[in-house]
Design a protein around this ligand. Structure first.
Ligand code: KIV
Length: 300
């Protein structure tokens, strides 16, 4: 049997079974959960990093409102707007071929079903996202249902929800204690019933995350929620060590890219100052022979 290449399958809109999906879609994430294969996810905000993320075979890319922190330098995610996410999502989409692309709905952009439909519609139509993510528990289930009814796949997000930082009294671990555990489990089930295809669990005890993951049919993606989730997500800049000073308990720096950048810039600065950059191989010349100037004739 001939196996279609990923590119050929993509061009024909087919799913190349033997080669794995050319484009990861929401049903592939459900299949990964069923096969007990862990889902890999990262945030991303631009096309250059998106190309690298895709090359690494990451399954899910989130254009998170964490861009407020890591791109804009804001203290919270609250100032991020729909325009900001649409702009970055469109850029990321140009760098991706395989990964499933999710756009975060920012603060107050889904405060009712009409606003949510407008915001989410822009994420898909202008940002080229395949799905949206929104924060909140059972109280946002009607909004999820309205989006899903309009054909917009929704990823939920419970536990520590940074858009509610002030209501939560800071960035604190959630789901501790009997009441809070029950509320979180009830919310997870309500979101699944409302039509979420996946659920982010942020900063909750590992045993609670494992219990939620086992109770749900849809895949869970954890951040600071232990290894019992169906997948993991980290902010790209955190896992690359781009902000070496930022290292909360749940972050592992898989590289020291921040230091590599400082070292490269230091080398550039030194060579410019020494006059060794640009060298001959970085310099253009004009290959057209320059005519020798006419010898001057003596006057008279
Ligand atoms: O905005 C974001 O980056 C997120 C992830 C950390 C889940 O919501």
């Amino acid at each position: 049997m001939t196996t279609l290449s990923n590119a050929a399958a993509a061009a024909r809109g087919l799913y190349a079974v033997d080669a794995g999906p050319a484009r990861l879609r929401i049903h592939h994430l459900a299949e990964l959960k069923n096969k007990r294969q862990r889902i890999t996810a990262v945030t991303c905000y631009d096309a250059t990093f998106a190309r690298l993320v895709d090359q690494a075979g990451i399954d899910v890319v989130l254009v998170g409102d964490s861009l407020g922190n890591v791109i804009q330098g804001q203290e919270t995610t609250l100032p991020v707007t729909v325009d900001h996410i649409v702009y970055h999502c469109a850029a990321v989409s140009r760098g991706l071929q395989r990964a499933h692309l999710v756009a975060d709905l920012p603060f107050l952009s889904y405060r009712n079903a009409d606003v949510a439909l407008q915001s989410a519609g822009r994420m898909l139509a202008e940002g080229n996202a395949h799905a949206v993510k929104l924060e909140g528990g059972a109280e946002v289930a009607p909004i999820v249902a309205a989006l899903v009814a309009a054909g917009i796949p929704v990823m939920g997000h419970i536990g520590l929800t940074p858009q509610s930082v002030h209501a939560m009294g800071g960035h604190r671990v959630q789901g501790r204690g009997k009441e809070a555990r029950k509320r979180l489990i009830d919310s997870a089930i309500a979101l699944q019933e409302a039509g979420c295809y996946s659920l982010v669990l942020e900063a909750i005890p590992a045993d609670l995350a494992a219990e939620v993951s086992a109770a749900l049919d849809i895949p869970t993606i954890g951040i600071g929620a232990g290894a019992g989730c169906d997948g993991q997500i980290l902010v790209l800049y955190d896992l690359l060590g781009l902000n070496p000073g930022f290292k909360p308990k749940f972050v592992k720096q898989f590289a020291q890219v921040g230091q590599a950048v400082v070292d490269a810039l230091g080398a550039y600065r030194a060579e410019v100052q020494a006059g060794t950059f640009p060298a001959a191989e970085h310099t253009y010349c004009d290959p057209t022979p320059v005519a020798a100037p006419e010898p001057r004739r003596a006057a008279g």
